[in-house]
Design a protein around this ligand. Structure first.
Ligand code: C2E
Ligand code: MG
Ligand code: MG
Ligand code: MG
Length: 286
């Protein structure tokens, strides 16, 4: 769509884009039914301490089970939610649901929620949703981590920066996701709003391979940077014991990946009641 094209910086038009647009329209109409029918749910994946493997946090990951297509990956449908102007409504549900769930965890682990740049751009709306989710669940602010990606700094707009500042003031922890992948905007870390960065899984995988000196050096420099800025670090995408060993040996404090647990939807009683229940308010106002 035009909105997407504008944000992504595409100024040309190619035939595949028409197909893409048609596919997105179909997906968008299916998504609207999904919101009404409660097809969205949250899966949780543990983030563990690299020394003793105890669970420090769990990341909430949005899941959509399409009645015909089956599971649709969030990388595919989150952008459609954004373009449809529904990210405020869905993001608010994710926040409330994740905080509610985490408040019941007996191990006191934190909960990590992904927040897209479109949500941050909405500024005060997001801050309100966060405060409401905390208030309603009784979860203490320091147990909520908000994961954002470097792309939020692309526009370098003042609303985004003010929003980060306000979230920081509330006491929630800000996390820079997929670090190393994008623009490596080190300056954005200097604002002092972040508590943690997550090393992208492409580096985790490569750094553990023998002979991959470049990736290992990059990981080492990220860890040195994090120590200097007193940030925690999570290595994403740990799939093998060797990767866990290497990242721990390099000094990475937290690990996340299939080795320690796949994202899992809690299946205790009452889950049906916790699925997303359609728009209660005008999506644009949510
Ligand atoms: P992310 O925040 O970087 O999430 C990590 C992704 O890596 C997840 O994919 C997770 O399932 C996957 N992963 C975890 N461990 C491993 C591993 O050991 N190996 C491999 N190969 N993959 C691993 P998922 O669930 O498909 O989510 C993709 C992206 O969608 C997320 O990336 C996040 O950017 C976005 N997303 C997910 N849920 C939400 C949400 O509630 N709101 C927003 N705005 N975005 C979301
Ligand atoms: Mg994340
Ligand atoms: Mg990530
Ligand atoms: Mg990602």
């Amino acid at each position: 769509s035009a909105k997407r094209a504008g944000r992504g910086g595409f100024h040309f038009y190619a035939p595949w884009m028409a197909e893409q647009a048609a596919a997105n329209r179909a997906l968008e109409s299916d998504l609207r039914s999904a919101l009404k029918d409660g097809q969205l749910s949250l899966a949780y994946q543990p983030i563990v301490d690299s020394a003793d493997h105890h669970v420090i946090a769990r990341e909430a990951l949005l899941r959509w089970t399409h009645p015909v297509r089956g599971d649709v990956p969030p990388d595919l449908f989150v952008p459609v939610i954004e373009d449809a102007g529904l990210i405020g409504q869905v993001g608010n549900w994710v926040l409330r649901e994740a905080c509610r769930e985490a408040a019941a965890w007996s191990d006191g682990a934190r909960v990590a929620v992904n927040v897209s740049s479109a949500q941050l751009a909405a500024g005060p709306l997001l801050v309100g949703h966060v405060m409401h989710a905390l208030g309603q669940s009784g979860l203490s602010a320091e147990r909520l981590e908000l994961e954002v990606t470097e792309s939020i700094f692309l526009a370098d707009d003042s609303t985004t920066r003010a929003t980060l500042e306000q979230l920081c003031a509330i006491g929630v922890r800000l996390v820079l996701d997929d670090f190393g992948m994008g623009y490596s905007n080190y300056a954005c870390l200097g604002h002092g709003h972040f508590s943690k960065l997550k090393i992208d899984r492409s580096f985790t995988a490569a750094a553990a391979l023998p002979g991959r000196k470049a990736e290992r050096a990059i990981v080492e420099s990220i860890l040195t940077l994090a120590r200097g800025l007193e940030l925690d670090v999570t290595a994403e995408g740990i799939e093998t014991a060797e990767q866990a060993r290497v990242m721990a040996a390099l000094g990475c404090g937290q690990l996340q990946g299939f080795l320690f647990g796949r994202p899992t939807i809690p299946d205790d009683l009452g889950q049906a009641d916790r699925r997303h229940r359609g728009p209660r308010t005008n999506p644009r106002a949510a």
